[in-house]
Design a protein around this ligand. Structure first.
Ligand code: NAD
Length: 281
């Protein structure tokens, strides 16, 4: 898919990767962009900077009625949705001790919102025999996020759900891509690095920290090829291969990196849980 004359919806568009996708889609000649986020003020500013083809709407993607209305309103205004980008996401920085509320929020934002979006957009896409779902998952969904158990579990679920959609609907014209970046320079990672959170430091030590614009470039390339797995960091493919071929060796390598970053190369037991972290994408 190329973006020329396309109608796209982007959730989590108030900043970071979502706003970079919006700018890049506009540059590619999109016809209309609907930018949805909890943060209406920031999303309005993004829409203004993108130009008249962009429209900002306040939407909580964990509320199915709001997602249904986002889709229905976009279809009423523009006649169709060519591309729905389920990009909103949250990190908690928690381990097993993360509260049920954090587990629940991670599940609802990182997974259930993708289900709500698919339920809402699929009928019209299947009727037209065409449509595209771009789900921002994470390298954590094909690897792990050290220091963030809810993020790891829900991003794995997000990749699994995207793959299920791709297998189920591809032959009816609906294409699906899972965008799985590793470190990206947005508040989600930057706040964690500033707080010295282990998970964020592991990410920074595992490869380049890309700009949101670089991730948007990778998304455009992946959409053009209609590739399921879009990996803006090529090293993630190598890590995933290693993990599949030798899970124990891959885990040992990661534990070694964690020990090194904790400053205790000989340590075999984890230290007490870190202080409440900001994030670990
Ligand atoms: N930053 C990274 O290193 C990184 C790496 C891999 C994947 N990701 C994923 O990329 C996506 C975008 O994250 P980002 O890095 O741009 O961070 P970000 O925090 O700037 O963007 C996330 C956006 O989601 C919005 N959001 C959260 N809950 C919402 C809800 N209930 N309804 C509507 N919007 C909601 C937030 O307001 C925010 O604008 C997320 O899914 C994230 O998990 C980020």
């Amino acid at each position: 898919m190329n973006l020329t004359d396309r109608v796209a919806v982007i959730t989590g568009a108030a900043g970071g990767i979502g706003s970079a996708l919006a700018r890049r889609f506009a540059a590619e000649g999109a016809a209309a962009l609907v930018l949805a986020d909890l943060d209406a003020t920031a999303t309005g500013a993004v829409a203004e900077s993108v130009g008249p083809i962009a429209r900002a709407v306040a939407v909580d993607v964990t509320d199915e009625d709001q997602v249904r209305e986002l889709v229905a309103d976009t279809e009423r205004r523009y006649g169709r949705i060519d591309l729905f980008c389920a990009n909103a996401g949250v990190a908690t920085g928690g381990g097993v001790e993360a509260t049920d509320a954090d587990w629940d929020r991670s599940w609802r934002v990182n997974v259930l919102s993708h289900v709500y979006a698919a339920r809402a957009v699929l009928p019209a896409m299947l009727a037209r025999g065409e449509g595209y779902l771009l789900h921002t998952c994470s390298a954590a969904g094909v690897l792990t996020a050290v220091g963030d158990a809810p993020y790891t579990a829900t991003k794995h679920a997000a990749v699994g759900f995207a793959e299920w959609l791709a297998i189920t609907y591809r032959d009816q014209g609906v294409r699906v891509s899972a965008l799985c970046p590793q470190g990206v320079d947005t508040p989600m990672l930057a706040d964690g690095l500033a707080a010295g959170h282990l998970g964020a430091r592991v990410i920074a030590a595992s490869g380049a920290v890309l700009t949101p614009d670089q991730v948007a470039d990778a998304a455009i390339a992946g959409l053009a090829e209609e590739r399921f797995l879009i990996l803006p960091h090529p090293e993630v493919a190598a890590y995933a291969l290693r993990r599949a071929q030798d899970p124990d060796g891959w885990q040992a390598g990661l534990r070694k990196l964690v020990r090194r970053l904790r400053g205790g190369a000989g340590q075999s037991e984890p230290p007490p849980p870190p202080p409440p972290p900001a994030a670990s994408p």
